[in-house]
Ligand binder design. Sequence first.
Ligand code: FAD
Ligand code: PHB
Length: 394
Amino acid sequence: MMQTRTQVGIVGAGPAGLMLGHLLHLRGIDSFIIENRSEEHVVERVRAGVLEQSTVDLMHEVGLGGRLAAHGMRHEGLYLAFGGARHRIPMAELTGGRAITIYGQNEVVRDLIAARTGTGRPLRFEVEEAGVRDLASLTPSIRFRSGGRLHEVACDFIAGCDGSHGICRPSMPADRVHVYERTYPFAWLGVLVDAAPSSDELVYSLHDRGFALFSMRSPHVTRLYLQCEPDEDIARWPDDRIWAELTTRLQTSDGWAPRAGPITQKSITRMRSVVVEPMDHGRLFLAGDAAHIVPPTGAKGLNLAMADVWRLARALEAFYRSGDETLLREYSGRALQRAWRAQRFSWWMTSALHRAAADNDFDYRRQLADLEYLVSSRAAMTSLAENYVGTPME
Ligand code: FAD
Ligand code: PHB
């Protein structure tokens, strides 16, 4: 067996694991990152697109704001569409200038991998049989197989950044962990389209046929989603059916509609809310989707992952600087506070904008009344705006 040592072993090279590795590097703390998928898969997979103000600020603070500044699309408002009309929420005006930036998660990951590679610190893709051991001791370790050989990395701490299907959370003793969960009776069918976005800002739509969302990735690429059945078979959605449904659900009476073009990617995402409490066990700390999953309607998942690792890096820095474990002990409680706030918001956005099979016409009219109120009240719009653009990390 090949044996190595590091300060922080990181399982998972998604946004959480890679950003944690970079934050630790900037503080002179060594880490070893392992990832079970290939580099190409991690970079290419199509996921989030909305960065909160604090995530944008963090990318700049850690010296990775160059491509984001050049290619990110800052949005100071968003639209809610219902009853055939679009209503703009002026987010920046309502939040003292905070905004969101459209920049694909895969671009964030690309920037973080380039930074990691530049440091020369270890980042291993395509590892197999990863496992974590001795979590309650002062010397936890990670084992994995790579290049046909078994490896063991002795660590001071392990960061479980391995997403919703990882191995770290299941390694915590079941009787010490409580998992809060809710599944939603629908999913999202998402498409990437080679077409210039026909709106400068996102459009979230409630239609009596269900939810639809207009988003984008660049001045040439539109990203669209529509609510579908949770067990939907993507084969039942040829392109013309997707366009008919998207157009019906999104078009407004002022003549606006998404611009059509070739669909280059299609996928279905089921929707759930999950929170794992606590987010630590001994010297294992969970971060990102490994600890909590939000339905994508609030665009919070990636941003929560970034807030977790910002907090964790600060706590590890305090430990290595002075041996003080206070921030490490506070990590789970503080991170959960933010996670529950994001859960509440994401659940609310989801409930406000989707039609559930169990709902009747009363529920639909109530949803419309809710949205009518929202767009007519500065207080209600401010509440939406401040949650959507996100609060500072602290
Ligand atoms: P992940 O990105 O899942 O990374 C975990 C990594 O760990 C993966 O690379 C995985 O391969 C690896 N791994 C797993 N098991 C192992 C193992 N055993 N050994 C080694 N490595 C392992 N969020 C937003 O903020 N805004 C949005 O607009 C948004 N839109 C979304 C749209 C869709 C369609 C989807 C699916 C998600 C969206 N999200 C959004 C959520 C966001 O993508 C996630 O919250 C984010 O990826 C979390 O990052 P993470 O690093 O915690 O986990
Ligand atoms: C996206 O662009 O992928 C996106 C935007 C807003 C969301 C979710 C996803 O709420």
